[in-house]
Design a protein around this ligand. Structure first.
Ligand code: ZN
Length: 309
């Protein structure tokens, strides 16, 4: 290496070192740390806040949110979180109270600004008149699976915008602008989905778990039965035999299950009745196409419309 080359190499090295020093001295980009209980709320936070937050979802589309463990890595996330966004209505009753307690983080306890329960801000379906947990019902506060009616997502977005602005006033204007942009795009998408889904009206479906109630109410679909004999109780041979008999006299158009369900019961019923079984993504990440909230609804409708072809 001659003298000139050595000098150039030295200059480049100094340049790299200067860049590294600048990079490490910059303040952290993300102002808020958000822990979402479900992928749909993590996706919504990301839409409204962009790079002003770092958001982590406690669960994935491949997990049944009713049954999660408050594992140490989640407790560590909760300890540092500025905001926790969950569905509520007892969907996470098996693990969230423990997670919040173990976190020792006063800012995210129920009642604090850093705690947001999405289902409190939408009209809930299937609120039981009488509660009997011995029947295995895990929806005692009404059906908590609210996000498959996109109007509910729009309602939660407005609450979330205000909460982000309250917790991080320096970026309040950005949250307002981004939310307005999101809601305009979302409302346009809802109008498009409602036109596309018109042929689905009246479609009868057998569900796996009662997690399609809001989708059905939105689009006028009918639930003809569920593979679980009661919400939260796994399919039994006797219940499946009963469903086979019922489907022979009054067949549903489709059997749906979600990315986190074992497909066996749906496939069994499908093989006995020749009713197609269709996997729906249920939430963001539940299929390749459900990359974000828009993709979730695009893909859900595409999969249901394919049944009619
Ligand atoms: Zn449920």
């Amino acid at each position: 290496m001659n003298k000139e080359n050595a000098m150039n190499a030295m200059k480049r090295l100094v340049g790299i070192l200067v860049l590294m020093a600048v990079g490490s001295s910059l303040p952290a980009q993300a102002a808020l740390k958000v822990l979402a209980c479900e992928p749909e709320w993590a996706a919504l936070v990301q839409e409204l806040a962009g790079d002003k937050v770092s958001v982590y979802s406690a669960t994935t589309a491949l997990q049944d949110v009713h049954h999660i463990e408050a594992r140490p890595s989640l407790i560590a996330r909760a300890r540092n979180a500025d905001l926790v966004v969950c569905t509520g209505s007892e969907l996470e009753v098996g693990w969230l109270p423990l997670l919040l307690r173990q976190s020792g983080n006063a800012r995210i306890q129920p009642g604090a600004p850093g705690y947001l329960e999405a289902s409190q801000f939408v009209p809930r379906l299937e609120i039981p008149k009488m509660l009997d947990r011995s029947l295995g019902d895990i929806h005692p506060a009404g059906n908590p699976h609210i996000h498959l009616d996109p109007h509910n997502i729009g309602k939660v977005a407005q609450v979330l915008r205000d909460r982000l602005a309250q917790l991080d006033p320096a970026n309040a204007e950005l949250y307002r602008t981004r939310t307005a942009t999101f809601i305009a795009r979302w409302d346009a998408a809802i109008r498009r989905w409602e036109v596309e889904a018109a042929p689905l009206k009246g479609l009868s479906m057998v569900v796996y778990h009662k997690n399609m109630a809001y989708l059905n109410a939105w689009l006028g679909l009918r639930e003809a039965g569920s593979l679980e004999p009661k919400p939260g109780v796994p399919p039994t041979t006797a219940h499946l035999a009963d469903l086979v008999a019922r489907m022979q006299t009054a067949p549903a158009k489709v059997i749906v299950y979600t990315a986190y369900n074992n497909p066996k019961a749906a496939e069994f019923l499908s093989s006995r009745t020749r009713i197609p079984a269709v996997m729906l993504p249920y939430t963001v990440g539940g299929s390749d196409a459900a990359k974000d909230l828009f993709g979730l609804f695009d893909d859900t409708l595409a999969r249901l419309l394919a049944v009619l072809k």
